[in-house]
Design a protein around this ligand. Structure first.
Ligand SMILES: Nc1ncnc2c1ncn2[C@@H]1O[C@H](COP(=O)(O)OP(=O)(O)OP(=O)(O)O)[C@@H](O)[C@H]1O
Length: 308
């Protein structure tokens, strides 16, 4: 897959002297969903703002769909749709007028058929004549997406798309974003919600204190760093893990009723066969067992912690 965005040696120091981005190098592949994860103040909005031409980088280069964002701002910006964090809309305008106006801002000729298909896709067609102020928060968010897509960009940025949105609407949004990707858009989203990245992203980038500390295929990331836990629900509670088993990665929980074994999904030998043999030797029987994969959240928390 070729790159649609290429960022080289990007730095941003604000007038206050604060360095918000530190030598960022990042390529976004055409047609992917890329999730940029990071704690508060990590530099996510500054990075997106730089790509969209809202923030002026101190140094470095950004190419968006073939155009240098600093040298050919208009051409590069035309390729980009941005859905900002805040809902900003004209209260008295109709949905259709708002979206049509946004297209005009990019100097694109009217295309009522495109606007109609966009509103239909975002389930807004029924509301096309409603005033913005009469819409629910979720509908307003959809209009923000329609506005961002009104000039037919190839790249869509979603800055915290589901902040403050209820679970059901969040799932709808995810579905919508996937559909957009399937139609050929490249999507970059920032999020605090690990679950959102886990659910949607093809690749994940982690930014912390202005530095990209990791970029990885999501599946690969989960495989590489994911640990699995096997929990054995014991027939009879035990007071302590027998000394002979103390070298194993075991923990005793739930008043001695559960024994949890942590192992690496990547290693050749999980050690489970040996564990079961040892338990049987010590007369520890279990009535049930289940296993769980460590979540991306564990991985993320560990990464950010080890980077501080
Ligand atoms: N105009 C500005 N002047 C000075 N410092 C700024 C300015 N804008 C942002 N910063 C600082 O730069 C850092 C990165 O901010 P940014 O908004 O990019 O982070 P973020 O990852 O988007 O955070 P959040 O998740 O809270 O939105 C923060 O420490 C912030 O205080």
């Amino acid at each position: 897959m070729s790159s649609i965005i290429s960022i080289k040696n990007l730095n941003k120091t604000y007038d206050s002297g604060f360095q918000a981005l530190k030598n960022i190098n990042l390529d976004i592949k055409r047609g992917e969903i890329f999730a940029l994860l990071g704690p508060n103040g990590a530099g996510k909005t500054t990075l997106i703002g730089s790509i969209c031409g809202i923030v002026n980088p101190t140094s470095g280069q950004i190419i968006a769909d073939g155009h240098d964002i600093q040298k050919f701002f208009r051409q590069a910006r035309e390729k980009i749709g941005l859905v900002p964090q805040e809902l900003t809309t004209e209260a008295f305008e109709s949905v259709k007028a708002t979206v049509t106006f946004s297209r005009g801002l990019f100097g694109k000729p009217d295309n009522p058929a495109y606007i109609e298909s966009l509103l239909k896709q975002l389930s807004l067609w029924d509301k096309k004549n409603s005033r913005m102020m009469a819409l629910s928060g979720g509908m307003k968010r959809r209009v923000m997406i329609a506005k961002a897509l009104s000039h037919e960009p190839s790249i869509l940025f979603l800055d915290e798309p589901t902040a403050g949105v209820d679970v059901e609407l969040r799932r709808d949004m995810w579905e919508m974003v996937r559909q957009l990707r399937d139609q050929g858009a490249t999507i970059i989203l920032t999020t605090h919600y690990i679950e959102e990245a886990e659910e949607m992203a093809d690749r994940i980038g982690v930014i912390n204190k202005g530095e990209i500390i990791l970029v990885e295929e999501k599946e690969q990331l989960m495989r590489q760093l994911g640990k699995r836990q096997l929990t054995l629900h014991l027939q009879t509670p035990i007071a302590a893990i027998p000394n002979e088993l103390s070298h194993l990665p075991l923990s005793l929980n739930n008043h001695g009723q559960e024994l949890t074994y942590t192992f690496d999904t990547q290693s050749e030998h999980t050690g489970i066969a040996e564990l079961l043999k040892q338990l049987s030797r010590h007369g520890i029987d279990f009535k049930d067992l289940n296993s769980t994969q460590n979540s991306l959240e564990d991985i993320f928390v560990n990464l950010v912690r080890s980077n501080t």
